[in-house]
Ligand binder design. Structure first.
Ligand code: SAM
Length: 195
C-alpha cells in the first residue's frame, strides 16, 4: 500500500456473469468453484489474448465467466465438463453469450480444438497427467493456468511434508517458462507460458 493511500473496505465488484455463476454454485452446493483472486488473474490474462481460450473442467462456470469478463472481442471461450447435468445447466447460464461454448464431454474432447491462446486446466486428471498433451496445443506465447496450490517458499516445492512433484515438474519443464504466483496468502497458481 502506498503511504498516502487509504485502506479500502471492499474489493472491486464482481462481473455480473461471475456473480451468476457463483449463484449457480451456491444453489447446487458446488464447493470447487474458482476463487475470486484466481478469477481476477484469469480475467487479466484473458485480456491479453486473442483467439481461443479453453478450460478443462467447467464446474458451475465461474472460471469461464472470469475469462469472459476479461476477454476482448477477438476471443472465444470453450470449456469442457464431464458431468452432463452440470454441463447442461452451465450451457443454459451462458446461452445468451455466443462467445462461450460449453462442451459436455471429457476434457480430452477439447484437445482437437486447439491451438489455444490460454488454457485453464482445472480438471484433476488433466492437471495430474496431461502436460505433454497440453504442451502440443498451446500456441507459442500462450498461457497455461493451474490453480489450487498451497504456497511453498522452498525448493523443491513441498505439500503436506512431501515434494509436490506436479508443481515441480511444471516449474522445470523447459517447454514452458513457469512461475508460481501467490494470489492470496493461502493460494498459489502456476502460470506457464509456452516457449
Ligand atoms: C475444480 S472443478 C472446476 C471449477 C471451475 N473450473 C471453476 O472455475 O469454477 C473441476 C470440474 O472438473 C470436472 N471434471 C472432472 N474430471 C473431468 C474430466 N475428465 N473431463 C472434464 N471435466 C472433468 C468436475 O466434474 C468438476 O466440475
Amino acid at each position: 500500500m502506498l503511504c498516502d493511500s487509504q485502506p479500502v473496505s471492499a474489493p472491486p465488484e464482481l462481473p455480473p456473469l461471475v456473480s451468476a455463476a457463483l449463484s449457480l454454485s451456491g444453489r447446487r452446493g458446488f464447493v470447487s468453484s474458482t476463487r475470486n483472486e484466481t478469477g481476477r488473474l484469469l480475467a487479466t490474462l484473458a485480456a491479453s489474448r486473442t483467439g481461443l481460450l479453453g478450460e478443462l473442467g467447467t464446474g458451475c462456470g465461474v472460471g469461464s465467466a472470469w475469462l469472459r469478463s476479461g476477454a476482448g472481442d477477438n476471443t472465444r471461450i470453450v470449456t469442457a465438463e464431464s458431468d452432463p447435468q452440470l454441463a447442461k445447466v452451465v450451457a443454459e447460464l451462458f446461452a445468451d453469450d455466443e462467445r462461450i461454448e460449453v462442451v459436455s464431454a471429457d476434457w480430452t474432447a477439447l484437445i482437437e480444438r486447439g491451438p489455444f491462446a490460454l488454457l485453464f486446466v482445472d480438471a484433476r486428471e488433466a492437471k495430474l497427467s496431461a502436460r505433454d498433451i497440453i504442451a502440443d496445443v498451446i500456441e507459442p506465447g500462450g498461457f497455461v493456468v493451474l490453480d489450487d496450490f498451497t504456497p511453498s517458499a522452498v525448493w523443491p516445492p513441498m505439500y503436506q511434508g512431501r515434494v509436490d512433484t506436479l508443481r515441480q515438474e511444471w516449474l522445470m519443464d523447459t517447454r514452458f517458462t513457469t512461475v508460481e504466483v501467490m494470489v492470496a496468502p493461502d493460494a498459489a497458481v502456476l502460470l506457464a507460458t509456452r516457449r
